[in-house]
Design a protein around this ligand. Structure first.
Ligand SMILES: Nc1ncnc2c1ncn2[C@@H]1O[C@H](COP(=O)(O)OP(=O)(O)OP(=O)(O)O)[C@@H](O)[C@H]1O
Length: 346
């Protein structure tokens, strides 16, 4: 788990974002009224099962939404500047691409197999900077050092690396232009446990050495508990729980997060019996004026299908102004759920 961070400036600020896709069945809501921030130096883990809208959120931030996708509400700010809103207006395009670096899902396969790594880095650099090949090589060597690959291997071809090394090469390639924010989509998926561990360790090292902010997108809540300072849990387009990792781990409060935690192996409790989350998320066609988890939720009552719950701070036993311990949950039954699960701890 990541260490304590110094809360300072807000780097990324996503406010009330709703993104829809035009489909043959109507407008599908992929992200509904989502708000969250990434602070300087923070590791935020955005977690949820396949199809919940994680990639849509990231593509929106990067201005890379599919053609049939549209922001219907909300705004995104980066370093205080609005970079995108419902008019798809991009106000800071050049800055955005060098300050935010994105490793898309399955990006390992996007490394060009017939081009040396340092040449690929030069191609990336050329699009944004005036750096020479020699300057690129120097920067890349520094990054190879941080991710634990010998510097002299910057001239290798991708096929000369193992899966974990390729993933770390991608991290190096995404960092050598010194972005403020790295967005890593499923950085450990498809790697074996040892390589997953390596990638996690190197990302932690990067946090220490570069004071970088990282948004990690994953379906694996244990990866988030292992390496992030903050967590945001998403279910079928809605952010359902978010907060400081320690609080969310100790007092998980949204029914989906509770079941998600019980459905995946927990590195701290390897003997725990795994449960299955029954049912499927709804097809969010039209307005989302309901809780997307209602039809799968053991605590569901009629009202859950009649309102879209917003994130609200849950009671905590720390000082009220201690922002680092914020813990927000979008569930109209959160008090009942919390008292059943955590009893007197509330
Ligand atoms: N171009 C598109 N057109 C129509 N629907 C789409 C499109 N892209 C995504 N969707 C739908 O939007 C919803 C969110 O998809 P998204 O890819 O953002 O989820 P995800 O959480 O990233 O899933 P995964 O982890 O499998 O990539 C899903 O219901 C998906 O089917």
């Amino acid at each position: 788990m990541g260490g304590a961070i110094n809360m300072s400036d807000t780097l990324l600020d996503v406010r009330n974002l709703t993104v829809k896709y035009k489909t043959s069945n109507g407008m599908l809501t992929a992200v509904s009224n989502a708000s969250f921030t990434v602070e300087e130096g923070q590791f935020l883990g955005l977690v949820g099962e396949s199809g919940c809208g994680k990639s849509t959120l990231v593509k929106t931030i990067m201005g890379a939404l599919d053609n049939n996708g549209k922001i219907t509400d909300g705004k995104i700010y980066f370093q205080g500047n609005k970079i995108i809103d419902a008019n798809n207006e991009l106000t800071n395009e050049k800055g955005k691409w060098t300050d935010i670096s994105w490793i898309p899902q399955a990006a390992m396969n996007s490394l060009d197999p017939i081009e040396r790594i340092n040449k690929q880095a030069y191609t990336i650099a050329k699009a944004h900077t005036d750096l020479s090949q020699t300057q690129v090589d120097e920067k890349l060597k520094e990054m190879f050092d941080i991710v634990g690959i010998p510097k002299n291997r910057i001239t290798d071809y991708p096929h000369q690396f193992s899966g974990g090394m390729k993933q770390r090469t991608l991290i190096a390639l995404s960092l050598f232009l010194e972005p403020s924010l790295l967005i890593a989509d499923e950085p450990t998926t498809g790697l074996d446990v040892i390589m997953q561990d390596q990638v996690i360790n190197y990302l932690e090292e990067i946090q220490d050495e570069l004071n970088l902010s990282v948004l990690i997108i994953t379906h694996d809540i244990s990866v988030v508990f292992e390496m992030c300072d903050w967590i945001a849990v998403m279910h079928s387009g809605q952010l359902v729980e978010e907060g400081h990792i320690e609080r969310v781990y100790d007092q998980t409060s949204h029914p989906y997060s509770i079941l998600l935690q019980e459905s995946l192996p927990d590195l701290r409790h390897p003997d725990q019996e795994l449960k299955v989350i029954e049912g499927d998320p709804p097809q969010n066609i039209g307005r989302m004026n309901y809780c997307s988890f209602a039809n799968r939720c053991p605590w569901e009552i009629e009202e859950c299908t009649a309102v879209s719950p917003s994130l609200e701070t849950v009671s905590s036993n720390v000082e009220e102004d201690d922002e680092q311990h914020d813990h927000n949950v979008a569930c109209i039954r959160k008090d009942t759920v919390r008292s059943e699960i955590h009893g007197g701890e509330r």
